[in-house]
Design a protein around this ligand. Structure first.
Ligand code: AMP
Length: 301
């Protein structure tokens, strides 16, 4: 049950959000941050960053079933409506769109949106159908909210580049921007899934951001070490801490194409160094973007 709010308009149905959007004057700027709830400081950052650029900010809270695989954590995904509402109020959200699965995917639902290149490597390999679920739900949400601006976290960097590509390919009239990853004091990327970690696992998890920082340092000092060697050393370090990597890879940006790992980093190019792996049963992801300066600055908040 979603509690009500004095300051935030809560739209629970397709009709509610459509009526709200139609009530706005044509020139009104709408900013949008889609989430699955269980909000933390990472989500708050997206909402805070978007607020000054729009007349109205819209937050969606929807645990999207189509982006979860059959063996994934859909049913146990944290749902924390009360604290979500407090965070949303604190950062000055105007509207929350919180539909049910039945409304988003009624019986007989059969239409999906799929990006077919950038969604293939990394998480695409290990979570079949995940990005199809993400592009489908984000397309539907953009269609309903019709924002001029939509912010996404670079914590999910592949998701951000896939969604940017979808918006470009489908000529969506929205500016998609990425927001830098918000981290705990010790470097762990904030995630709704961090609550699954035991205190021992939480300690071990620090190794992920730590090794990514080390690779970034090698990049900044223009090290001549090959990408392959850097990745192998990082993977080794992670495994020693009891983390089982699914992937630790370096891809070129914005294409997410394979790079020649035998060579060292080149200053004129941009790279995504991305990690995914398990600590116990919890799957964590993190990444670092190298050479952001070679990407269009308007892609980032
Ligand atoms: P989620 O609810 O986990 O699907 O995330 C909703 C949005 O918040 C996505 O655009 C995420 O990339 C973003 N996000 C999640 N965690 C962080 C973080 N630690 N820093 C920045 N953005 C984040």
């Amino acid at each position: 049950m979603i509690p009500s709010s004095k300051t935030i308009q809560i739209c629970r149905s397709i009709q509610d959000i459509r009526s709200w959007r139609k009530s706005l004057k044509t020139q009104t700027t709408v900013g949008f941050v889609p989430t699955m709830g269980a909000l933390h400081a990472g989500h708050a950052e997206l909402l805070e960053k978007i607020r000054p650029h729009c007349d109205f900010s819209v937050l969606s809270i929807f645990v999207n079933p189509t982006q979860f695989g059959p063996k994934e954590d859909l049913s146990k995904y944290p749902r924390t409506w009360d604290s979500d509402l407090k965070i949303a109020e604190k950062v000055g959200v105007d509207v929350i769109f919180a539909p049910t699965s039945e409304l988003m995917y009624p019986e007989g639902y059969s239409t999906y949106v799929e990006e077919t290149k950038l969604s293939q490597p990394l998480c695409g390999l290990y979570r079949p159908g995940h990005f199809r679920g993400v592009t489908t739900v984000v397309f539907k949400l953009l269609q309903l909210v019709q924002p001029q601006l939509a912010y996404f976290g670079l914590k999910d960097a592949q998701q951000f580049f896939v969604l940017r590509k979808m918006a470009e390919d489908l000529h969506l009239d929205v500016s998609i921007r990425g927001v830098a990853t918000v981290r705990e004091r010790d470097g762990l990327a904030m995630s709704s899934r961090n609550i699954y970690l035991s205190s021992d696992e939480r300690q071990k998890a620090i190794a992920i951001s730590h090794t990514l920082r080390q690779i970034e340092a090698r990049y900044l000092e223009k090290s001549s070490t090959s990408i392959q060697e850097l990745l192998a050393a990082a993977q080794n370090q992670i495994e020693k801490r009891g983390i089982s990597p699914q992937y630790f890879e370096c891809l070129e940006l914005p294409s997410l194409a394979t790079v020649k790992v035998e060579t060292s980093f080149q200053e004129t190019r941009s790279y995504l160094v991305a990690f995914a792996g398990f600590l116990g049963t919890t799957r964590l992801i993190d990444n670092v973007i190298l050479g952001k300066h070679a990407l269009p600055s308007e892609w980032f908040a």
